[in-house]
Design a protein around this ligand. Sequence first.
Ligand code: FES
Ligand code: FES
Length: 156
Amino acid sequence: MDPVTSSRITVTVNGEEIEYAVDARRLLVHFLRDDLDLTGTHVGCDTGNCGACTVVYNGVLAKSCMLLAIQADGASIETVEGLSSDGQLTQLQQAFSDHHALQCGYCTPGMLMSATALLRDNSAPTEEQIRKAIQGNICRCTGYVNIVEAIKAAAK
Ligand code: FES
Ligand code: FES
């Protein structure tokens, strides 16, 4: 890394404060995946369209391919790795499993983050609200029906 173009950032990721020197051009998604080894956050398009890289950033959803790591200085980020604790799936993760809401699983981390943010804001969403909440997440396999059913079940 070029010391001239690198900056030291401090970020909180899944509750843990981390200090790191990042290249000025490093995307947040690559910082999470390649520097922090949090490979649950996926890269599908690198253009902000697919939602595979979705994380919760300072409490709101963000596509981590659309942010530079240096922009995250001082931020609090939640990734899919932070959802479960002590090896226990969250209700939402369990509902995805129970309702066969994934096939290849590539979209799943982003879907889980979008659905988690939705359920924090609205514990009883309508189907329309669920579909709106995941409209930034593309799934090429499932046709969305089982994903919507899983989110409905988790809300109950
Ligand atoms: S990789 Fe970020 S939106 Fe597709
Ligand atoms: S499960 Fe394959 S892209 Fe959604």
